[in-house]
Design a protein around this ligand. Structure first.
Ligand code: NOJ
Length: 503
């Protein structure tokens, strides 16, 4: 079967008819009459298992805009971005890419680029402007419409319940995640959303990136890349000591557990739930048993605060002993809630935190420094590591054996110049995604239960403290006119998703 179509056909698909027809972009496959894997064709050595989900991802604050419309309450990100000096160029998510009003166009674009699944987040203050209590029906209606639109386009919705936009009232009232009250409120909100949407949404992620929600937001973190120190701090931007920070970490995993419980109680039977964590992982210097064992030990140590307790229902003894008086306070009942079984584990995979080799030291590994010239991508923190797309799911699987794994984010920012012909030839992102997917393919070929992968991001958007400076989309957005243009990487994604293989 031929996958070729002419440029006219492709341009109809992307909606950029005249523009793309006139461009020198390679022809891209038209939406096929049948899905990959049902044609009898063998995808070959670079093929993914049948049913592998090629998805794209976004988050509410980064794309929606409409920050105070239809009864939405203020979030900690609204407050933070409105505080002078916090965000690059004074950017805010007030309008972002206006997805709240343009969601139909955006879903159509996702369909055009061949996405089989879409991971989006729900803005808690849209649903509960006061954090708890009175439901804002208009806010819920937005996600109802979005989900209907996705189903009609044959795109599977995956909803994240918390992607950092805490209702500001909970910050003011309880100090946010400093209090177990916020974890309880999160559970209640999760149950209400599951009840309303789980007839059509089969997968819910509880919290996105526990480390950012806790450490980056309540302490600030430092990264060292190419000899530069990158300091990150985000909303609400509070500096805590070790003890209170450990308690914040505990409340975040407790919130996760309470949300799992609530979704089981209020959602349709069979609704699946799990976290979306930026799992810290170590790379072995060499793929040989002793170094892989070292990488397992290091990876386990990197996840003592979040994945460990969520997947084991207990804290690491060495952590509690070392923390001493700063250890989190918890009850057995809370640990049961935190460790409630999940259906899958989502991981955002960007950078390895450590490179390790085997060692006789008690911790079981020795750190090897990343060299100063180790390549990085456009973002200052983004150390290059295509093999992380294999090692992160492999180590997750060998340490905790989750039933299913999703890579909930994979992608990079790029300079994304608009060429004279109007196109964006994002060669670095294309190379990044292709190489990463080779490694994900290896994971599936070795039987690791990696069920799908979401490109971060579906469209350019508000990149937190970096504002609109770091573009992550495979679809370009002109932030002034709101015009959407698929980049070269979107064409690659379409062909890969269609063939269900690395292309
Ligand atoms: C992970 C976060 O979940 C997402 O919101 C962010 O834009 C990407 N990393 C890129 O930094």
């Amino acid at each position: 079967m031929s996958h070729n179509v002419n440029r006219r056909q492709f341009s109809t698909l992307t909606g950029g008819a005249a523009l793309l027809a006139a461009s020198g972009l390679p022809a891209v496959a038209q939406t096929p009459p049948v899905q990959s894997g049902t044609t009898g064709e063998t995808p070959g050595a670079r093929g993914f298992p049948e049913g592998f989900l090629w998805g794209v991802a976004t988050a509410a604050y980064q794309i929606e805009g409409a920050w105070n419309e239809d009864g939405k309450g203020e979030s900690i990100w609204d407050r933070y971005a409105h505080t002078p000096g916090k965000i690059k160029n004074g950017d805010t998510g007030d309008v972002a890419i206006d997805h709240y009003h343009r969601y139909k166009e955006d879903v159509a674009l996702m369909k055009d680029i061949g996405a089989k699944a879409y991971r989006f987040s729900i803005s808690w203050p849209r649903i509960f402007p006061d954090g708890t209590g009175q439901l804002n029906q208009k806010g819920l209606d937005f996600y109802d419409r979005l989900v209907d639109e996705l189903k009609a386009a044959d795109i599977e919705p995956f909803a994240t319940l918390y992607h950092w936009d805490l209702p500001q009232v909970l910050q003011d009232r309880y100090g946010g995640w400093q209090s177990a009250e916020t974890a309880k409120a999160f559970g209640e909100y999760a149950g209400v959303v599951a009840k309303a949407l789980s007839d059509r949404v089969g997968h819910f992620f509880t919290i996105n990136e526990f480390k950012q929600v806790t450490e980056t937001a309540y302490r600030g973190v430092e990264l060292h890349v190419q000899g530069e120190t990158v300091r990150l701090m985000s909303a609400p931007g509070i500096l805590l000591e070790d003890g209170p920070l450990n308690q914040v970490r505990h409340h975040a995993v407790l919130g996760h557990g309470l949300a799992v419980q609530a979704i089981r109680a209020m959602g349709r039977a069979g609704t699946k739930v799990g976290p979306a964590e930026n799992m810290g992982h170590a790379l072995p210097v060499i793929d040989s048993p002793e170094h892989v064992k070292a990488a397992e030990a290091a990876t386990k140590a990197l996840n003592i605060y979040f994945l460990g307790p969520m997947l084991e229902g207990r804290y690491d003894e060495a952590y509690l002993t070392a923390a001493g008086k700063d250890a989190p306070k918890f009850t057995d009942e809370e640990m049961k809630i935190i460790g409630a079984p999940v259906d899958f584990v989502g991981i955002n995979v960007y950078i390895p935190l450590l490179l390790v080799m085997a060692s006789d030291e008690p911790q079981g590994y020795r750190e090897v420094p990343f060299s100063l010239s180790h390549p990085k991508m456009f973002s200052d923190w983004h150390r290059l590591s295509p093999e992380s797309q294999y090692w992160a799911p492999r180590l997750l699987h060998s340490i905790w054996k989750p039933k299913e794994i999703y890579i909930t984010e994979n992608g990079c920012a790029a300079s994304d110049e608009v060429a004279a012909d109007g196109n964006i030839y994002d060669s670095d992102r294309l190379t990044y995604l292709r190489n990463g997917m080779m490694w994900q393919q290896r994971a599936t070929a070795e039987g690791i239960p990696l069920k799908g992968s979401f490109v971060w991001s579906a469209m350019d958007n508000f990149e937190w403290i970096n504002g609109y400076g770091d573009r992550f989309g495979i679809v370009h957005v002109d932030f002034k006119t709101q015009k959407r243009t698929p980049k070269l990487s979107a064409q690659w994604f379409k062909e890969a998703a269609w063939r269900n293989a690395v292309v």
